[in-house]
Design a protein around this ligand. Structure first.
Ligand SMILES: *[C@@H]1O[C@H](CO)[C@@H](O)[C@H](O)[C@H]1NC(C)=O
Ligand SMILES: *[C@@H]1O[C@H](CO)[C@@H](O)[C@H](O)[C@H]1NC(C)=O
Ligand SMILES: *[C@@H]1O[C@H](CO)[C@@H](O)[C@H](O)[C@H]1NC(C)=O
Ligand SMILES: *[C@@H]1O[C@H](CO)[C@@H](O)[C@H](O)[C@H]1NC(C)=O
Ligand SMILES: *[C@@H]1O[C@H](CO)[C@@H](O)[C@H](O)[C@H]1NC(C)=O
Ligand SMILES: *[C@@H]1O[C@H](CO)[C@@H](O)[C@H](O)[C@H]1NC(C)=O
Length: 379
């Protein structure tokens, strides 16, 4: 498989380029309860919950709210047609809503999530903050979908492990105009070096996006079709998120071991449970080569442009959650904070995760149990 190996080494080259291009980031951010700009967030409640999560005494009058109910997330395929349709409409609805000043250069709440995810993105990728940060990010996005756009169905995850032998045939890529995420389309596009195929089918056909520049939702499944002509994803890409890969992740001892497996650091021929669908889809979902040779490289973190981002990350979170259900794992957290130094072991459960105005910045410990307020969900 020389083609695949060269793609693997290309993606390693990208990582090396990123390492070279970035200096250190100071650990930034603190609880921003004094600046409540997002109306669907309970800032005083979060200030209390954040204090409690790291063992600080509550101020007089501070109170941690209780969950009204614990919502169960379910696999995309188990949603009814009507729930899927509502979900798609609510996702698109975010493009019509104001962003509460989060992303001043971009006009809407959909973009605000992309903007936050591109802001200092190396602070919460490829390191210990990755899973807690993305758990909170997916949760707050589900809050926006519910409270701003009226989605009341279950929050879905996409169990792509069930599709590992042939990702291309996954029902999520359906071209149904109401419930399909669409496939990669037929029209090649190149907007200032952002290359791939315009998504021209499904619920997000011809979707216009704004970050880093106005363009259509773009994907390119060709790499995997070309490199794996017999569609034996079970040999190549699919092995990175097969049932065996999930079993291996769930047997991780420390949190940092789980993180390494999820992000594919532990095995040079595996892309990791998290990375594989990104690399499969390329385009907006950020595979190897996206933004390469453009003015925005190495700023490649526009992945939430693609609506699949949320159900994909909810599955990564489901694997994290499953691991946390093992005896003694619920509150484990350790690993590296500076993303460029895998040998660092300074990450702490008291670290404050930065969300750049998308609600308050929570401590890691507030993200570790999904059933606690404010997240109030389970799998
Ligand atoms: C990004 O990180 C830099 C370096 O730590 C910091 O100065 C800057 O304020 C951060 N950006 C935002 C929007 O917080
Ligand atoms: C995180 O929360 C758990 C459960 O309340 C607690 O046992 C642990 O001490 C907390 N960790 C920190 C660093 O405060
Ligand atoms: C995901 O799919 C695999 C393969 O069908 C199955 O074994 C596993 O239980 C599923 N996991 C979840 C969380 O849905
Ligand atoms: C895309 O267009 C840019 C010019 O904007 C050009 O430099 C680049 O080679 C093109 N890429 C492809 C794959 O055609
Ligand atoms: C799609 O990806 C393949 C493999 O990387 C590449 O050769 C091809 O030029 C890409 N097509 C478009 C339209 O960007
Ligand atoms: C990105 O471009 C560089 C040259 O600027 C090239 O060496 C590298 O292989 C490219 N990576 C990918 C994944 O296309």
């Amino acid at each position: 498989m020389p083609g695949l190996l060269s793609l693997v080494s290309s993606s390693l080259l990208v990582v090396q380029a990123l390492l070279a291009a970035h200096g250190t980031h100071a650990q930034s951010g603190s609880l921003d309860a004094a600046n409540p700009i997002v109306p669907f967030v309970d800032y005083p409640g979060m200030a209390a919950a954040s204090a409690q999560a790291v063992g600080k005494p509550l101020a007089h009058g501070q109170r941690v709210p209780k969950c009204k109910s614990i919502k169960k997330r379910i696999e995309w395929r188990k949603l009814t047609y009507g729930q899927k349709k509502d979900y798609m409409q609510s996702l698109k609805c975010l493009q019509k809503k104001p962003d509460f000043g989060i992303s001043p250069q971009y006009p809407n709440l959909y973009d605000a999530f992309v903007w936050v995810h591109t802001t200092n993105w190396t602070d919460y990728h490829l390191n210990a903050w990755f899973m807690p940060w993305h758990r909170w990010f997916v949760w707050i996005h589900s809050e926006a979908m519910e409270k701003v756009c009226g989605y009341h169905g279950p929050v879905p995850y996409w169990n792509y492990t069930a599709d590992y032998k042939n990702l291309l045939e996954s029902p999520i890529f359906s071209s149904d105009p109401n419930i399909g995420f669409g496939s990669h389309g037929r029209t090649a596009v190149n907007v200032s070096g952002l290359v791939g195929y315009k998504v021209d089918n499904g619920a997000f056909a011809n979707m216009k996006l704004n970050i880093p520049v106005n363009h259509y939702l773009t994907r390119n499944f060709s790499a995997w079709k070309t490199l794996d002509p017999t569609r034996q994803y079970g040999i190549a890409l699919g092995e990175s998120f097969s049932p065996a890969a999930v079993t291996r992740a769930l047997s991780a001892d420390k949190f940092s071991d789980l993180e390494a497996i999820i992000e594919g650091f532990d095995n040079p021929l595996h892309f990791g449970i998290h990375n594989s669908p990104h690399f499969f889809s390329m385009g907006d979902w950020t595979g190897p080569g996206w933004m390469n040779n453009t003015q925005w490289f190495p700023q490649i973190a526009v992945a939430p442009n693609d609506p699949i981002f949320w159900i994909h990350h909810a599955y990564v979170d489901q694997v994290f959650w499953s691991w946390q259900q093992k005896p003694g794992k619920q509150w484990l957290f350790n690993g590296n904070f500076p993303w460029f130094d895998p040998t660092d072991n300074s990450a702490k459960a008291t670290d404050i995760l930065p969300f750049y105005g998308l609600g308050p910045n929570p401590p890691v410990n507030l993200t570790l149990k999904t059933e606690n307020w404010p997240m109030c969900y389970t799998y």
